[in-house]
Design a protein around this ligand. Structure first.
Ligand code: NI
Length: 180
Protein backbone atom coordinates (compact mmCIF):
# COMPACT_ATOMS: atom_id res chain seq x y z
CA UNK A 1 0.00 0.00 0.00
CA UNK A 2 1.09 3.54 -0.56
CA UNK A 3 0.03 6.91 0.71
CA UNK A 4 -0.97 9.25 -2.11
CA UNK A 5 -0.56 13.01 -2.39
CA UNK A 6 -3.78 14.97 -1.89
CA UNK A 7 -4.35 17.94 -4.22
CA UNK A 8 -5.24 21.19 -2.49
CA UNK A 9 -7.53 24.03 -3.49
CA UNK A 10 -7.19 26.00 -5.71
CA UNK A 11 -5.30 23.37 -7.74
CA UNK A 12 -7.06 23.37 -11.15
CA UNK A 13 -6.82 19.55 -11.37
CA UNK A 14 -9.52 19.42 -8.68
CA UNK A 15 -11.87 20.81 -11.36
CA UNK A 16 -11.52 17.72 -13.58
CA UNK A 17 -14.67 15.73 -14.25
CA UNK A 18 -13.89 12.07 -13.53
CA UNK A 19 -14.63 9.35 -16.09
CA UNK A 20 -16.71 6.26 -15.51
CA UNK A 21 -14.77 3.15 -14.47
CA UNK A 22 -14.99 0.58 -17.27
CA UNK A 23 -13.36 -2.35 -15.52
CA UNK A 24 -12.90 -3.24 -11.85
CA UNK A 25 -9.59 -5.11 -11.72
CA UNK A 26 -6.65 -5.64 -9.34
CA UNK A 27 -5.06 -2.35 -10.38
CA UNK A 28 -8.22 -0.49 -9.40
CA UNK A 29 -8.46 -2.42 -6.11
CA UNK A 30 -4.86 -1.39 -5.36
CA UNK A 31 -5.85 2.23 -5.94
CA UNK A 32 -8.83 1.79 -3.59
CA UNK A 33 -6.51 0.36 -0.88
CA UNK A 34 -4.13 3.29 -1.36
CA UNK A 35 -7.02 5.74 -1.13
CA UNK A 36 -8.12 4.19 2.18
CA UNK A 37 -4.57 4.39 3.54
CA UNK A 38 -4.34 8.04 2.45
CA UNK A 39 -7.73 8.91 3.92
CA UNK A 40 -7.09 7.20 7.27
CA UNK A 41 -3.63 8.78 7.56
CA UNK A 42 -4.89 12.30 6.80
CA UNK A 43 -7.12 11.69 8.85
CA UNK A 44 -10.39 12.06 6.97
CA UNK A 45 -13.75 10.31 6.61
CA UNK A 46 -13.99 10.43 2.83
CA UNK A 47 -11.80 10.72 -0.24
CA UNK A 48 -12.57 10.94 -3.94
CA UNK A 49 -10.11 9.70 -6.59
CA UNK A 50 -10.08 13.24 -8.03
CA UNK A 51 -8.30 14.41 -4.87
CA UNK A 52 -5.36 12.09 -5.54
CA UNK A 53 -5.26 13.16 -9.20
CA UNK A 54 -6.91 10.00 -10.56
CA UNK A 55 -9.86 11.04 -12.67
CA UNK A 56 -12.09 7.98 -12.39
CA UNK A 57 -15.42 7.78 -10.58
CA UNK A 58 -14.28 6.16 -7.33
CA UNK A 59 -14.81 7.27 -3.76
CA UNK A 60 -14.02 5.80 -0.35
CA UNK A 61 -15.52 6.69 3.02
CA UNK A 62 -15.53 5.54 6.62
CA UNK A 63 -17.45 7.54 9.21
CA UNK A 64 -16.71 5.14 12.10
CA UNK A 65 -14.31 6.02 14.95
CA UNK A 66 -12.31 2.80 14.56
CA UNK A 67 -11.94 2.29 10.78
CA UNK A 68 -14.55 -0.47 10.94
CA UNK A 69 -17.03 0.71 8.27
CA UNK A 70 -15.13 1.16 5.01
CA UNK A 71 -17.36 2.04 2.05
CA UNK A 72 -16.19 1.88 -1.57
CA UNK A 73 -18.40 3.31 -4.28
CA UNK A 74 -17.45 2.96 -7.95
CA UNK A 75 -19.52 4.85 -10.54
CA UNK A 76 -21.91 6.04 -7.80
CA UNK A 77 -25.32 7.44 -8.74
CA UNK A 78 -27.88 8.86 -6.35
CA UNK A 79 -31.20 7.12 -7.01
CA UNK A 80 -33.16 8.61 -4.10
CA UNK A 81 -32.60 11.51 -1.73
CA UNK A 82 -34.60 13.37 0.90
CA UNK A 83 -34.49 15.13 4.26
CA UNK A 84 -32.44 18.26 3.55
CA UNK A 85 -30.40 19.78 6.32
CA UNK A 86 -27.40 21.95 7.05
CA UNK A 87 -24.19 20.64 8.57
CA UNK A 88 -20.61 21.77 8.92
CA UNK A 89 -18.11 20.34 6.42
CA UNK A 90 -14.39 20.32 5.94
CA UNK A 91 -12.33 18.86 3.11
CA UNK A 92 -8.87 17.29 2.90
CA UNK A 93 -8.29 19.45 -0.18
CA UNK A 94 -9.22 22.65 1.68
CA UNK A 95 -7.44 22.09 5.01
CA UNK A 96 -8.41 24.18 8.02
CA UNK A 97 -11.66 25.47 6.51
CA UNK A 98 -15.06 24.47 7.91
CA UNK A 99 -18.32 25.84 6.56
CA UNK A 100 -22.02 25.01 6.68
CA UNK A 101 -23.47 23.33 3.61
CA UNK A 102 -27.03 22.22 2.84
CA UNK A 103 -27.31 18.58 1.72
CA UNK A 104 -29.68 15.62 1.80
CA UNK A 105 -29.42 13.71 5.06
CA UNK A 106 -30.65 10.52 3.45
CA UNK A 107 -29.54 9.10 0.10
CA UNK A 108 -29.77 5.81 -1.70
CA UNK A 109 -26.84 5.22 -4.03
CA UNK A 110 -26.37 2.69 -6.78
CA UNK A 111 -22.75 1.78 -7.57
CA UNK A 112 -20.28 -1.02 -8.18
CA UNK A 113 -18.47 -2.54 -5.20
CA UNK A 114 -14.77 -3.48 -5.09
CA UNK A 115 -15.52 -6.76 -6.87
CA UNK A 116 -17.35 -4.97 -9.67
CA UNK A 117 -20.79 -6.14 -8.55
CA UNK A 118 -23.75 -3.79 -8.80
CA UNK A 119 -24.83 -2.73 -5.33
CA UNK A 120 -27.09 -0.29 -3.51
CA UNK A 121 -26.11 1.62 -0.39
CA UNK A 122 -28.52 3.47 1.87
CA UNK A 123 -26.86 6.25 3.86
CA UNK A 124 -28.05 8.63 6.54
CA UNK A 125 -26.58 11.66 8.31
CA UNK A 126 -22.81 12.04 8.15
CA UNK A 127 -22.30 9.21 5.63
CA UNK A 128 -25.01 10.64 3.35
CA UNK A 129 -23.38 14.08 3.50
CA UNK A 130 -19.93 12.58 2.94
CA UNK A 131 -21.06 10.64 -0.16
CA UNK A 132 -22.59 13.78 -1.71
CA UNK A 133 -19.41 15.76 -0.91
CA UNK A 134 -17.21 13.10 -2.56
CA UNK A 135 -19.53 12.77 -5.56
CA UNK A 136 -19.17 16.54 -6.05
CA UNK A 137 -15.37 16.02 -6.18
CA UNK A 138 -15.88 13.52 -9.02
CA UNK A 139 -17.68 16.29 -10.93
CA UNK A 140 -14.90 18.79 -10.23
CA UNK A 141 -16.92 20.58 -7.57
CA UNK A 142 -15.74 21.65 -4.10
CA UNK A 143 -17.75 22.46 -1.01
CA UNK A 144 -16.48 26.05 -1.11
CA UNK A 145 -18.47 26.44 -4.35
CA UNK A 146 -21.62 26.56 -2.20
CA UNK A 147 -20.34 29.65 -0.37
CA UNK A 148 -20.56 33.29 -1.40
CA UNK A 149 -17.90 34.60 -3.80
CA UNK A 150 -16.53 36.86 -1.05
CA UNK A 151 -16.12 33.97 1.38
CA UNK A 152 -14.55 31.81 -1.31
CA UNK A 153 -12.05 34.56 -2.18
CA UNK A 154 -11.08 34.85 1.45
CA UNK A 155 -10.49 31.09 1.66
CA UNK A 156 -8.48 31.11 -1.56
CA UNK A 157 -6.22 33.86 -0.20
CA UNK A 158 -5.79 32.00 3.07
CA UNK A 159 -4.86 28.79 1.21
CA UNK A 160 -2.36 30.64 -1.02
CA UNK A 161 -0.80 32.31 2.01
CA UNK A 162 -0.49 28.96 3.78
CA UNK A 163 1.30 27.48 0.79
CA UNK A 164 3.67 30.46 0.53
CA UNK A 165 4.53 30.22 4.24
CA UNK A 166 5.27 26.52 3.89
CA UNK A 167 7.41 27.08 0.80
CA UNK A 168 9.32 29.83 2.57
CA UNK A 169 10.04 27.79 5.66
CA UNK A 170 11.14 24.82 3.56
CA UNK A 171 13.40 26.58 1.11
CA UNK A 172 14.32 29.75 2.97
CA UNK A 173 13.48 31.70 -0.18
CA UNK A 174 10.26 33.66 -0.43
CA UNK A 175 8.44 33.14 -3.71
CA UNK A 176 5.92 35.40 -5.34
CA UNK A 177 2.49 34.42 -4.09
CA UNK A 178 -0.20 34.09 -6.72
CA UNK A 179 -3.10 35.73 -4.93
CA UNK A 180 -6.13 35.92 -7.13
NI1 NI B 1 -13.46 16.95 0.07
Amino acid sequence: MAKLKILEYPDPRLRTRAKKVEKVDDKLRQLVDDMFETMYAAPGIGLAATQVNVHQRILVADVSDDQSQPVVLINPEIIAADDEGVSEEGCLSVPGIYESVRRFQHVRVSSLDRDGNQTEVEAFGLLAVCIQHEMDHLDGKLFVDYLSELKRQRIRKKMEKGRRDTATSRSGVSGTPSII
